[in-house]
Design a protein around this ligand. Structure first.
Ligand SMILES: [Zn+2]
Length: 853
């Protein structure tokens, strides 16, 4: 079957399926090119159903036979599946189909990855395995039988508990009703790293991380993270694991990070495998967070699932929020918050302020795979955070208890979610619900007034038009505020102001001298804050704010203004910023990880966005020059401090990826990056040569590349790691990231000719093409060469892997920020992609939205 003209699906058209599925039993006879899937499904017609059509989804399936209650029947093939005449009483549906896992390069459904069978069914991949009502609101228990294909498949896994496991056959039974998108199967030559976990009701769970032979030594960290997650979910949310076993499998070819299939999580190997020699501290932290995220889905996603894909944020927003809480508890709360806000601004803000802007709960789509976005995930999590801020911690816990009790085993909506909060708190959350339906990033403007005793904050909110939404209503915005005096003492601890109108004033009485406000502490809402304050005030907050987030934010604002001044007026970099920053860096009472973040500065893309909002046309080359100049200015201003910072934060002894030593390494590496600008790479070369872990080795390489002295190191790095795919991904990325803007396309073309550029592997493709798009000055180089190069590769990848292609199209989403020449060049490339014969539904939708939005 082929993709027909794209069809738009609307939230308002939701209709329940007219049949309940009582049980599903599947038999897989594995074969790389001709796997047989025999399904036996018990259907019961639902009385008074509004839609009685018996339609089963099915794509790329060869139907061998179909029976009802044992009798062969005729089926009618229709767009996207089949229809049949069925009895109006319960019946057993049986089909046998043939599929070709080897030919499945889209990595959706059942496919092969390096000789191993594996599946990815979310969102709509199950329909490529067998005919089924492939929609999340149809839930059933599943029994699965897997029959081996020769000796190459000694391990065969599926959801639930293993019943019978032999070399030739495996039987699995999952007692928990689930939608088909949570189905999983893995078979191949795998080795387990095992452990156990005892739950709060004293039940022992068998845990295993399954990997290819040779990767066994990279599992210990992931296993520890899994056990911590299981314990944390019991302690903080009272959620206990519900099967006898929990399996994780590492797979090399995977479109996403990981997938929460019931009892059998499948992970992109980059998100689970780690050893000190091959993974950086950043990799370790990410792995811990993703393992937690997928595990937490067992309750928020699996036990309580989504009624339809428009409700994706119900499981994702909540689970991202939960994994952020977990990381904050395991590591540092302010550091995690700052990291998350940097990501939100880098990924979600451009999405929400451009042609791809959509609400946290979209109201229509053509291809749901295009809505696994930063808005649904990250802004979705921010919405949960705001709700918790508004109702308070205790009410949040009570509401969650009610949610788990009331909706266990159900497929739910955002309305169900909001209702538990309304009922348990008595609050009317109608206006709050706008966060789910209104797209765009609201702007909150602040004006201050003081009359000798009363201090007033005048707040106003506005939101620019976004595609399909020209008029916006005022939203409920929790604005956290604390007040400081001239000495920097906190005179009013953090309070939550509820901004619910377009304009609103809040007064603070009895202040004999003018207080200094610290606004939007902890980034209490996903908004942009416009505050008309000068650099003296910002420098004061950078030195004194008692809120760690806002202290960092003050430094960030100073850096941004300094950069904008340099770009627009060629002014030298702000000394108040450099002095304030120096004081923070020297303050040894502050967490090294936090100080390392302080040394960062807004990205070039963020500056381009800021300039665009100010009414200027961003010049990527000028932004690049200013950013480099600020780094240089920091290196010079801190020249007496950097050697000490670097030396004092070297970590001795056995490597530990814990927050403490990882924070020290991040500060030492941030210092190294600046030091390199003073010593021409001398320290970096030493670090690279002596490093015994990837965090130090890669930072050494990165600094050497900055100093244009990385050629030899690139060679030795390749020789050392050529047999480790994940490390070679880093080798590719590094070269793209550090290319000079004018040389970027040349560098990338050369890398694409490298024998290791396995472009059909999503990790490898992203390591090169993702970095190409992220290289602001190079991607937007005036030649337009990078636009053309990326478009060439997207056109090549689309027939192979539409999902990854469509996602990478987002590289062009900011095109209207730039000058007419660049716009014309990008438009030309987008139109060239759009004009390809047989372009996938995924990519067609993305390109059309970017062009038209
Ligand atoms: Zn998730």
């Amino acid at each position: 079957m082929k993709d027909a003209a794209p069809q738009t699906i609307y939230l308002k058209d939701y209709t329940p399926f007219g049949f309940a599925v009582e049980s599903v039993s599947l038999t897989f006879r594995l074969h790389p090119t001709a796997t047989r899937v025999i399904s036996k499904i018990r259907f019961t017609p639902i009385p008074d159903a509004s839609d009685t059509r018996f339609f089963l989804h099915g794509e790329q399936l060869k139907l061998i036979s179909a029976k009802i209650d044992g009798v062969e029947i005729n089926t009618k093939m229709v767009e996207g599946g089949l229809e049949a005449d069925v009895p109006d009483v319960p019946f057993t549906w049986e089909t046998e189909v043939e599929i070709n896992p080897q030919a499945n390069t889209a990595l959706e459904g059942l496919y092969m990855s390096n000789g191993m069978y594996c599946t990815q069914c979310e969102a709509e991949g199950f329909r490529k395995i067998t005919f089924y009502p492939d929609r999340p609101d149809v839930m059933s228990v599943f029994d699965v039988k897997i029959e081996a294909d020769g000796d190459n498949t000694p391990i065969m896994l599926s959801n639930g508990n293993g019943v019978e496991l032999s070399k030739a056959r495996a039987t699995w039974s999952d007692p928990w009703p689930k939608p088909a998108y949570l189905f999983a199967l893995v078979a191949g030559e795998l080795i387990a790293h095992r452990d156990t976990f005892t739950t709060l009701s004293d039940k022992q769970v068998q845990l295993a991380i399954w990997v290819r032979p040779g990767d066994e030594h990279k599992c210990a960290f992931g296993m520890a993270a899994l056990k911590k997650s299981m314990k944390w979910d019991e302690d903080v949310y009272g959620r206990e694991y519900d099967l006898d076993e929990f399996n994780i499998v590492a797979v090399d070819d995977f479109n996403m990070g990981a997938m929460e299939n019931k009892g059998l999580n499948i992970f992109n190997s980059s998100c689970v495998l780690a050893s000190p020699e091959t993974a950086t501290d950043g990799n370790f932290e990410r792995i811990e967070a993703i393992i937690a995220h997928e595990y937490f889905h067992n309750w928020t996603g699996n036990r309580i699932t989504c009624r339809d894909w428009f409700q994706l944020c119900l499981k994702e927003g909540l689970t991202v929020f939960r994994d952020a809480q977990f990381t904050a508890d395991m590591r540092s709360e302010p550091v995690k918050r700052i990291d998350d806000v940097i990501t939100l601004r880098a990924r979600q803000f451009p999405e929400d302020q451009g042609p791809l802007s959509h609400p946290v709960r979209p109201e229509s789509f053509q291809e749901i795979n295009n809505f696994y976005t930063a808005t649904v995930y990250e802004k979705g999590a921010e919405v949960i955070g705001m709700l918790k801020t508004l109702v308070g911690d205790e009410a949040y816990s009570k509401a969650l208890d009610l949610y788990f009790m009331r909706h266990d085993g159900q497929a739910c909506t955002i309305e169900d979610w909001i209702a538990v909060f309304e009922e348990s708190t008595g609050r009317d959350l109608n206006q709050f619900k706008l966060w789910y339906s209104q797209s765009g990033t609201p702007e909150v403007a602040v004006r201050e007034a003081y009359d000798g005793t009363t201090f007033t904050l005048h707040l106003s909110q506005s939101s620019a038009p976004t595609p399909g939404q020209s008029q916006k209503a005022a939203q409920v915005i929790p604005v956290t505020v604390g007040l400081l005096n001239d000495n920097g003492d906190e005179i009013l601890p953090t309070q939550v102001l509820e901004l619910t109108q377009e304009e609103q004033s809040f007064t603070f009485e009895g202040h004999a001298s003018r207080p200094i406000p610290s606004i939007l502490r902890g980034f209490s809402a996903p908004v942009t804050l416009r505050q008309d304050i000068d650099n003296t005030r910002r420098a004061f907050l950078l030195a004194h704010d008692t809120d760690a987030f806002n202290r960092w934010e003050a430094g960030r604002d100073l850096a941004r203004d300094s950069l904008l001044g340099a770009v627009l007026e060629g002014t030298p970099h702000n000394t108040a910023y450099l002095q304030g920053l120096k004081a923070v860096l020297s303050d040894e009472t502050l967490d090294p990880a936090y100080r390392a973040l302080m040394l960062g500065q807004p990205s070039q893309s963020e500056l381009a966005s800021e300039l665009h909002k100010m009414g200027h046309t961003p010049d990527p080359a000028a932004i690049h020059t200013a950013s480099e100049a600020l780094r240089r200015a920091k290196a010079e201003a801190f020249s007496d401090l950097l050697p000490g910072l670097y030396a004092d934060n070297q970590v001795a002894g056995t490597f530990s990826p814990d927050a403490g030593p990882a924070g020290q390494r991040s500060l030492a590496n941030a210092a190294l990056s600046l030091l390199t600008r003073l010593d021409q790479g001398k320290t970096a070369a030493q670090q690279y040569a002596s490093a015994d872990n990837m965090t130090l080795q890669l930072a050494g390489l990165s600094a050497l590349l900055d100093a244009e002295k990385g050629e030899d190191a690139l060679e030795t790095f390749y020789d050392q790691w050529q047999n480790d795919r994940l490390v070679i991904d880093k080798w590719f990325s590094m070269q793209v990231m550090h290319a000079k803007p004018a040389a970027l396309t040349k560098t990338v073309r050369k890398l694409c000719d490298h024998p290791d550029f396995e472009w059909k592997n999503p990790n490898r493709f992203r390591a090169v093409m993702g970095m190409l798009a992220a290289h602001h000055a190079g991607f937007h180089h005036e030649s337009g060469g990078a636009y053309e190069l990326l478009a060439d590769w997207l056109i090549r990848l689309d027939p192979v892997n539409p999902q990854t292609t469509a996602r990478m199209c987002a590289a062009f989403q900011t095109w209207k920020r730039y000058d007419q020449t660049r716009q014309t060049m990008i438009q030309g490339q987008l139109e060239r992609i759009a004009s390809q014969n047989g372009l996938s539904r995924d990519t067609t939708e993305m390109v059309t939205r970017i062009l038209e939005g």
